[in-house]
Design a protein around this ligand. Structure first.
Ligand code: CA
Length: 373
């Protein structure tokens, strides 16, 4: 990991490297209309860099990116070779968007809400509090017009987004005091990023921004009273069960956070059609794999957390959830006013949410509530 990354030198080096390449874009185009592989550029090899917002080999998310690169290598017979960089290895995690945009890396993996500071609507493509679960969000993106909006948003930046995994429902976090009523949230210092943090603020709490690596110490030393991270698998590996007593459900702030693959449009356009199809197919495989992996590992590690002495799993009361829900509605309506595109995205999201909630309430909700599992 090069913490002292020299940006200037990197871009200078890259510019020289790019100019020194023996092939221009034209070289990738068919020389003549023939049906042999060679003539349509099938013998050309591509080397891509993939930058990610996750620590190297981070469970599920970082691992998934390595699998993604392997699948593409296998499917393309090595014609598209992607080197995966963990966050901080090539560029800091939060520079992934700009790095792929600039073409310094051809592809990236992250979560679109990291860019919500400059693209407020990007929040909807990752997660909003009391939004959609993984299955519903994928339905909006893939079959409900969400991805078209996302593509429209990223096109202005020369990027192509593809859904690249989902965390599934997250947990409501770790607490060292009981949260029985909304009043218990007053003055609560909690690691809670994004719009979830704004909701907590409306409830009288104080959201604290802490990077993943700082949460354990913050909670242990009492700098914060509570923290949310992901779900049983990642939380157990962070060791929160050793320093917090109550593990609350559900993760109302992240019911199913969608991850993203972003591709530099120019780099993508230079690929022959079969490699384009391979990249998209591998992305959809990753989307499926990440969610499946989260669900399987979370089940396994929930059992380990339950076996841990001194940890109690609690459910937020209906009163708390209903109150937070109304604050979330307000916070999301505020977000929707950011700009015309965010408003359009919000309207599409809301309309989809309304319909799919009706469907879910007569389908899966019945199964979960009324049938002894
Ligand atoms: Ca989280």
């Amino acid at each position: 990991m090069s913490k002292r990354f020299n940006r200037k030198r990197f871009f200078k080096g890259l510019a020289i490297g790019t100019l020194a390449l023996p092939f221009g874009i034209r070289a990738f185009r068919p020389v003549q209309a023939q049906t042999t592989g060679k003539a349509i550029g099938y013998d050309k090899k591509f080397k891509w860099k993939m930058v990610t917002t996750w620590p190297p080999n981070f469970p599920v998310l970082g691992e998934g990116c390595v699998y993604f690169a392997n699948w593409i290598r296998e499917m393309s017979g090595g014609r598209l070779d992607i080197h995966v960089y963990g966050g901080g290895e090539l560029v800091p995690p939060l520079e992934v968007f700009d790095t792929v945009r600039s073409g310094a890396a051809q592809i990236g993996h992250g979560a679109s809400y990291y860019w919500a500071g400059k693209l407020p609507s990007a929040q909807f493509f990752a997660s909003v509090p009391f939004g959609l679960n993984a299955q519903q969000l994928n339905a909006w993106l893939i079959s409900g017009g969400g991805l078209e909006l996302w593509e429209e948003l990223y096109a202005d930046y020369g990027l192509i987004p593809i859904p690249g995994g989902n965390t599934g429902v997250q947990m409501g976090g770790w607490y060292n005091r009981e949260i029985n009523t909304v009043n218990d949230l007053k003055g609560l210092k909690m690691r809670m990023p994004g719009v979830g943090g704004k909701v907590l603020e409306r409830a009288g709490g104080s959201p604290v921004l802490l990077a993943g690596g700082e949460i354990y110490t913050g909670l242990e030393r009492g700098i914060i009273d509570a923290a949310e991270w992901i779900g049983p698998y990642h939380d157990f590996k962070m060791g929160f069960q050793q320093i917090a007593k109550y593990y609350y459900t559900p993760g109302w702030h992240e019911l199913g956070t969608e991850l993203e693959i972003m591709i530099n449009e120019q780099a993508f356009s230079e690929l022959p059609n079969d490699l384009k199809a391979i990249v998209k197919t591998a992305a959809f495989r990753l989307n499926h794999w990440v969610l499946s992996e989260f669900e399987a590992r979370n089940s396994e590690y929930l059992a380990k957390i339950k076996e841990t002495d001194g940890v109690e799993i609690r459910r937020f009361s209906d009163e708390i959830l209903q109150t937070l829900r109304s604050y979330a509605d307000e916070a999301i309506e505020d977000l929707a006013q950011s700009d015309a595109f965010t408003k359009r995205t919000y309207e599409s999201f809301q309309a989809f949410r309304h319909n799919i909630s009706n469907w879910s309430s007569v389908s899966e909700k019945v199964y979960y509530q009324d049938i002894e599992l």
